[in-house]
Design a binder for this molecule. Sequence first.
Ligand code: FAD
Ligand code: NAD
Length: 468
Amino acid sequence: MTQTIETQLLVIGGGPGGYIAGIRAGQLGVKTIVVEGVNPGGTCLNIGCIPSKALIHAAEEFAKTAAFAAGTSPLGITVQAPALDIAKTVEWKAGIVKKLTSGVSALLKKNGAQLVKGWATIVDGKTVDVAGAGEDGGNLRIKCEHLLLATGSEPVELPFLPFGGKVISSTEALSPTALPKHLIVVGGGYIGLELGTVYRKLGCEVTVVEAQDRILPAYDNELTKPVATHLQKSGVKVLVKHSVLGLTDGGALRVRDPDGTELTLDADQILVAVGRRPKTDGFNLESLGLDLAGKAIKIDDQCRTSMRNVWAIGDVAGEPMLAHRAMAQGELVAEIVSGKKRHFMPAAIPAVCFTDPEVVVVGLSPDEAKAQGIEIKTSMFPFAANGRAMSLESTDGFVRVVARAGDHRILGWQAVGVQVSELSIAFVQSIEMGATLEDIAGTIHPHPTLGEAVQEAALRALGHALHI
Ligand code: FAD
Ligand code: NAD
């Protein structure tokens, strides 16, 4: 039997976009239902940001202890060789995920938003069915005034290298039952490098196969160089300009090198991480006939789709596929639905790649600014001249600032180095608040911190750096 209920806002998908929309709408008194097919928290909390960062930390700790055991540390610390119980590591990671996902359910409840577990199928722009979610276990039909699509994304599958068996996606790579002797990573982007580094630090042989001429091709060469150097030093083999062709009958990976010669690479597992695509299939979205931009749902600066009162946020609405962008859009749509006037016009959306060392990009790079015809002042400050970086045994990398030449207004920051993910907040705040080089140069930065490199980069752009 079909049970029918009504709500003001119906959100499909309980990831960072959808759950934040639910919480904020609840706070504003908008009657809201969030439908989630798997687990609240979405890709980010369950199989993305959080579990990957947990494993990055575990691998870092293991590698550090292994270095102490090898007697290569200059700190005078020696220990016995470490052993790894991977099942326990994965259990620890799962504990963090569980804490956070149950926290999301509790926050939705606390704010008065209802969470319905099940798969939503669109009937029309104001009606959604959730099979099995009715009180008697039958169909639940939800009628709404506003429909918010927050269905996220899924990994791109290569047709000649489908997922299954030894070919895995990030989801399987985040929950290993045993470690492979040799892992091949197809794709030297965010996921490939974050997880490839994890597996290498845990002692696996790792080969990265990247189609472009360098890793992290979305970033500039200067910025990614320290990451490439570190991968090489740590023993990760990186094959750039190599195209993947498929598997041999024996299960080896067939690749073509830049000269056109075909090679085969043996591996116990092959992680394919060649991008993610918006999840627009399998829930009758096509029946709405929304305007698309490629696979993504087309939205305006209020996250409105081409159909009145149908909204889309996060990965399903295209790039950049980042959790904080999805959250900001979720909050915005909830506020608009409640009657507030809002537009999605961030001055910049920070991007952080949690490689070793970490990479941060906020706003315009020097090349991007020049391509827009902007005359710029740019300078970088190396961590080699920063005391805190030395005390952390990590002097690779730098902070770079990009400012408009005329008025010194900051347009962009880039950084690569230890723990620079935490500097991204200062970067984006300065851009959002319209800071100039003088504002940053004139702010007292605490000593000794990595953040002093931020001030020094601004000082250097003004021609009077103090520590270089
Ligand atoms: P999702 O988080 O994908 O959530 C969508 C939800 O909708 C899912 O839970 C899904 O089950 C549900 N759903 C879909 N269809 C239906 C339906 N028909 N009915 C009911 N429910 C449905 N981003 C960062 O910013 N920082 C990082 O460090 C980072 N690391 C990542 C690491 C990995 C390995 C991966 C894969 C991604 C990472 N990302 C990271 C990207 C980040 O996870 C996504 O940008 C973010 O989760 C997008 O949020 P969303 O709400 O749009 O979608
Ligand atoms: P990506 O776009 O970051 O990288 C994909 C890489 O694969 C690129 O370097 C591309 O040139 C390469 N590639 C494409 N086709 C190939 C082929 N046939 N053979 C070899 N290489 C090929 O994608 P991803 O690493 O899968 O991550 C997906 C998205 O998830 C990211 O774009 C990002 O939005 C999000 N993410 C973010 C973080 C973070 O914020 N720290 C971490 C993980 C994922």
